[in-house]
Design a protein around this ligand. Structure first.
Ligand SMILES: C[S@@+](CC[C@H](N)C(=O)[O-])C[C@H]1O[C@@H](n2cnc3c(N)ncnc32)[C@H](O)[C@@H]1O
Length: 302
């Protein structure tokens, strides 16, 4: 039985030697007590308030930088991490874990379109290849897909089409230009996590390198469960990069292994999903961007 505390309460420090000039380098993470039902406690050498007081200009507001990255070199592989987890009874995170360095409105941050890609070509190719294996065949009648936190690209297989492909994101210009979408919604999920879709209406939900920006993840994941058809698949993918100032504190303070556990916990505590699974699809470990998937299906009885 895997104990969540072993992961989120890392026994070792997150590897914080990346490029990002993150003050989280000075943080260590510890958990209190050995019971899985106990919460985790941050031991922060630099008080958070002081970090916030450093001033946003010290950090790049727009660069997509590697976050605290702890590529697994020992211990269980990503594919094993979510197998047989002994989850605490209660969601172990606190409100402060979902705070961000930049708490200004997300609409400001995403006001200007960014026609860029956020991970390297090999990582994108690995994701596209993964999609090609798990997506229903192109043009399957009745299939609907939601790409959450979408932009001008969804990384779907070339020429992939379905009757309904909805993009939900923050920037209309980006969404308008996304060729795979049949419709789009501009919505700030951190202001309004309620999804404007019918129950049981989507076969697939994707979210690429963006789950770390959700400040109300359980609300969003509950909504995902509501709108997925029974047996529908939710695929959360991420690398080790992020808009550091906009990612939640629990993400920027931890490494890749923890991120898998964090996203797994969203599925678990939202309810209505099968036990989440993880897969490492990193195309060229150590040389190109890593790429991890945490996925789950809506329970067929939910
Ligand atoms: C790093 S980009 C990734 C875009 C795209 N998924 C990709 O793979 O290139 C982050 C995306 O998350 C979306 N996003 C960030 N905060 C959001 C929020 N509060 N509500 C909805 N979408 C959000 C933005 O619109 C943006 O497109």
């Amino acid at each position: 039985m895997m104990n969540m505390a072993n992961f989120v309460g890392l026994k070792r420090l997150p590897v914080l030697g990346g490029i990002c000039p993150s003050p989280t380098r000075t943080r260590t993470l510890t958990h209190v007590g050995s019971s899985v039902n106990k919460c985790f406690k941050w031991r922060i050498k630099v008080p958070r308030r002081m970090l916030f007081g450093l001033g946003v200009s010290y950090f790049s507001m727009s660069s997509f930088t590697p976050s605290a990255s702890a590529r697994i070199t020992a211990g269980p592989s990503v594919d094993q991490i979510l197998k047989n987890v002994e989850w605490p009874e209660q969601f172990p995170f606190k409100d402060q874990d979902f705070q961000r360095f930049d708490e200004s409105s997300d609409s400001l941050f995403y006001e200007a379109p960014r026609f860029v890609t956020h991970i390297d070509d090999l990582a994108i190719a690995a994701l596209t290849n993964y999609y090609s294996k798990v997506f229903p065949p192109s043009n399957t009648p009745g299939v609907a897909i939601l790409d959450m936190c979408s932009s001008w690209v969804s990384h779907f297989p070339s020429g992939y089409k379905q009757e309904r492909v909805v993009g939900l994101g923050m920037n209309e210009d980006e969404l308008k230009r996304n060729p795979v979408l049949t419709e789009y919604v501009v919505q700030d999920l951190n202001v309004n996590p309620k999804l404007q879709f019918e129950d049981n209406s989507f076969d697939i939900i994707t979210n690429v390198v963006s789950v770390d920006y959700l400040t109300k993840p359980l609300d969003v994941f509950k909504e995902m469960s509501r709108i997925l058809k029974p047996g529908g698949l939710a695929i959360m993918s991420f690398s080790n990069r992020c808009f550091w100032t906009k990612a939640i504190s629990i993400w920027t303070s931890t490494g890749d292994v923890d991120h898998v556990m964090i996203v797994g916990s969203y599925f678990h505590y939202a309810g209505g999903f099968e036990p989440p699974q993880a897969v490492d699809i990193s195309p060229n470990p150590g040389r190109s961007d890593p790429m991890y998937i945490v996925y789950s299906r809506k329970l067929s009885t939910a």
